[in-house]
Design a protein around this ligand. Sequence first.
Ligand code: UDX
Length: 471
Amino acid sequence: MRMEKQRNGVRLVLLPLPFQGHINPMLHLANILYSKGFSITIIHTTFNSPNPLNYPHFTFCPIQDGITTQSDDSSSLNLLHLIILLNIRCVTPFRDMLAKVISDARDNKEHVACLISDGLFYFTQGVSNTFELPRIALREGGASSFVPFVLFPLLIDRGYIPIQDSQLEETVTEIPPLKVKDLPLIDTKEPEKYYKELSNLVEGTKASCGVIWNSFEDLESSPLSYLRQEFQIPFFPIGPFHKYSSSSLSSSSSSSSLLTQDQSCISWLDRHKPNSVIYVSFGSLAAITAAKFLEIAWGLASSMHPFLWVIRKGMVIDDGKECLDPPFPAGFIDNLEGRGYIVKWAPQQEVLAHKAVGAFWTHCGWNSTLESICEGVPMICMPFFTDQKVNARYVSSVWKIGVQFEGEVKREEVVKMIRGLIEGNNKEGSQIRERVLDLKEKARVSWNHGGSSYTYLDALVNFILSFEPKR
Ligand code: UDX
């Protein structure tokens, strides 16, 4: 990507939601827009703060959210509570900071053209209205998973939600091929609060003056066109962001990482044959029980294929408490004789781009899904909550670039899935591999000159430049 060093006198204010899967796309987007000549201010919470030192060309403005990593509030186990809290606690500090940024910009003979905030930071719509500042929503997830969010009231009306165990395998006829079990729910004792948050997300997004999607037309043309009709505001599907962003100045995949990426796994991968390793990671939030952990571990070991497994601190829960260390049975690691490599956090994009990696066992977070597509790596899907369930169904049944666990994870099934995907003598596995390579090529074309994402990016730049400075 060509870097236009000359700033154009127009400043953009960006506000990421403070979770890894949301910070990454927002900072990639910031890099993209900087490369187009805009000056960038990132207003961010002190909770899960990005590292300003990694982005010397942006201005970072922290706001106090009162959430500390030691408090129960910050536990990712109660994501819903955390999102509600952030939308309450950030209102005043954000409004004050935004006023300061606008006034500082004026002093520097710049003008703040708009606010770009995460869709889940829906409170920002009201604040930007008070400043008469246009707000563009960034939807960091896919359009396919946004469709059921929009349809939630209807799905409740028609009795799909709350989900009944007897209906899990039924197709939701309004949004095939989604089954009832794929609906983007979370495990909560307060479902009403979750429905309310989704409604806030959808209404906040509708009230914005446009939506930026980390997606591309060839991947999600049909959900995008449905949503365009529903929303009647401009859409800018300019993804996958990380592919633009990685070729732009001073950006690397580690810049926005909240955890230190263990690079040692790359030299471990270097020692393996092409397409032989299974990479296993369940993103930054998902947690598994100790029993499930063991099924996964035994399945990986029995597959006889080398594996690289990200076991985040606190990812395994036993009796409602986070396990400090992964609960491997005694002697398990020694018996692998080097076939397994465990890290606490990986340089995921580099891992997926490594020729040794033959499959990605993933929770289907949207970033992971896109990153896998961009490197042509087939997926084994094990979704946990919300959009991940929809993404997994799209991977396995719409794009057909992976396979999915349909029930409880059992070690025998793990072995079957890994072998089916990685060993070349399986017809279904080869077809999946061909399709994901085809989609990888479509993604590459979209961000190249003249491609759909490239063209939408130009349209986005013109859209932003059309916002008149306030007197
Ligand atoms: C969350 C939600 O879980 C997901 O459903 C939603 O789509 C986005 O927000 P998360 O669970 O973190 O995201 O998953 P994902 O969207 O895949 O994002 C994880 C990011 O962390 C990716 O960009 C990935 O490259 C990075 N990562 C992951 C690492 O850098 N190292 C790792 O070891 C694992």
